[in-house]
Write a protein that binds this ligand. Structure first.
Ligand code: NAG
Ligand code: NAG
Ligand code: NAG
Length: 392
């Protein structure tokens, strides 16, 4: 069952930091997860009995030392009482209001250069999610490794935390670039015909920090090795979805989460996106081709990034929605008087002719503001099955 598997995963994670015994215990845990059988063993996420799955995206918390770390870009009158703890308070309010099934943190979780101890900052930044008991995942941004831990060290720390589904990297892609590339599968409703299939696929990727090529300036990008892993994973998931029992005609929709926006985020004018564009699009200065890779794979319907705190829009390019979450953290640049915010995505299953739950029928999104009413804004449909059905 869900709970049992969750617990064994947590134990594995906690034990990781210890001695050599670890490798043995971890190995045993791993074997027991594999032997337990169904597709979802180590990644147990599933649609609820109402046919819904809701993801809360938190971008750019920029957490540092907690109470002693001041806020940026709040009203002068608010400065004295404002710190990282306001960021935590916002996470808690959102969890209470939205009751998400998964929380995804899309990088710059900590603002490394102001964090005295990276491990402590990470623990504090994710504490609200950990204590909520809700499963959560995270990827890295370009500031997470600027404190006392390397990029690899930060991702290892995160992957060892309680209730997280974050992984250092996929076991089937040795040598993949970056840290924190992994996929999560969301199963159909327990007891439904699709209970053993992933009906919604989440791809988590490390979009890097800065270019390591001296001839290319600026931010990092999703490398060839990562795109290769993505293609292979997408193909394998499609194969599973099409296979007996209960073979499906189309691909299950996918959503991709990472930190740095793709160059294609620049494709929109004010007439064709929903939300706000107040920052330039700070993508890498080269195009690594990941957008085209996703278009060719065909399953990804939405891409969700952070990085540009004053952009919170969603625009549709072809069949793929390119979305920002907007800045979340109080120790991150913002715009005075413009509320910190977060993005929610909700996928809803369709009913089959016999009344049982089928695959995903629609995906919607909205944002929540950290104002007194926790306002919901920009509710929009990202995808519905009917419209896209002929594509596959
Ligand atoms: C930060 O939290 C304090 C304590 O709850 C509160 O008084 C203050 O208004 C918050 N500041 C902002 C900018 O939300
Ligand atoms: C799902 O897998 C379980 C365990 O292997 C099996 O008992 C059940 O019949 C399967 N259900 C469907 C609908 O495929
Ligand atoms: C959005 O609208 C602008 C004009 O405002 C146009 O140049 C651009 O091609 C459009 N982009 C998309 C993706 O439809």
């Amino acid at each position: 069952m869900k709970l049992g598997r969750g617990l064994s995963k947590i134990k594995c994670g906690l034990l990781l930091s210890d001695s050599r015994l670890m490798r043995l215990v971890f190995g045993l845990c791993f074997v027991s997860l594999c032997v337990s059988g169904t597709w979802a063993a180590p990644k147990q996420l599933r649609f609820n009995q109402q046919g819904q799955f809701k993801i809360l995206q938190v971008a750019d918390m920029h957490y540092a030392d907690g109470k002693t770390t001041p806020c940026e870009d709040v009203l002068p009158s608010q400065m004295a009482s404002c710190s990282d703890l306001n960021t935590t308070a916002f996470v808690l309010r959102l969890i209470k209001a939205e009751k998400p099934h998964l929380i995804v943190f899309t990088g710059d979780n900590i603002f490394g250069s102001d964090a005295t101890d990276a491990g402590k900052s990470l623990d504090a930044a994710f504490a609200a999610a950990v204590n909520s008991g809700i499963r959560w995942a995270a990827v890295l941004g370009n500031h997470d490794m600027e404190s006392t831990l390397s990029r690899e060290g930060v991702m290892k720390h995160i992957a060892g935390m309680k209730n997280t589904l974050a992984q250092l990297n996929p076991s089937d892609a040795p040598g993949i670039d970056g840290f924190g590339n992994y996929n999560l599968e969301v199963g159909g409703v327990q007891g439904s015909i699709l209970q053993n299939k992933s009906v919604l696929n989440l791809y988590m990727l490390d979009s890097g920090d800065y270019s390591t090529d001296p001839s290319i300036k600026g931010y990092g990008w999703i490398k060839k090795s990562q795109q290769k892993w993505f293609r292979r994973t997408s193909r394998a998931l499609k194969g599973e979805y099409h296979r007996e029992p209960a073979p499906q005609k189309h691909a299950a929709p996918g959503l991709a989460y990472f930190h740095i926006p793709l160059p294609e985020y620049s494709s929109f004018g004010a007439s064709n996106f929903t939300g706000v564009k107040r920052d330039p699009i700070s993508s890498a200065s080269i195009n690594s081709g990941f957008f085209d890779t996703m278009v060719r794979a065909g399953d990804v319907k939405g891409v969700f990034t952070g990085h540009d705190h004053l952009n919170d829009f969603c625009g549709k390019l072809g069949n793929v929605n390119l979305c920002y979450a907007g800045g979340f953290g109080y120790h991150a640049y913002g715009l005075t008087g413009w509320s910190r915010r977060a993005r929610v995505v909700q996928a809803t299953l369709g009913k089959m002719r016999n009344g049982g739950w089928g695959g995903v029928e629609s995906i919607r999104t909205w944002k929540r503001l950290d104002d007194s009413r926790l306002s919901t804004i920009d509710v929009q449909s990202l995808w519905t099955k009917r419209r896209a059905a002929s594509k596959f």
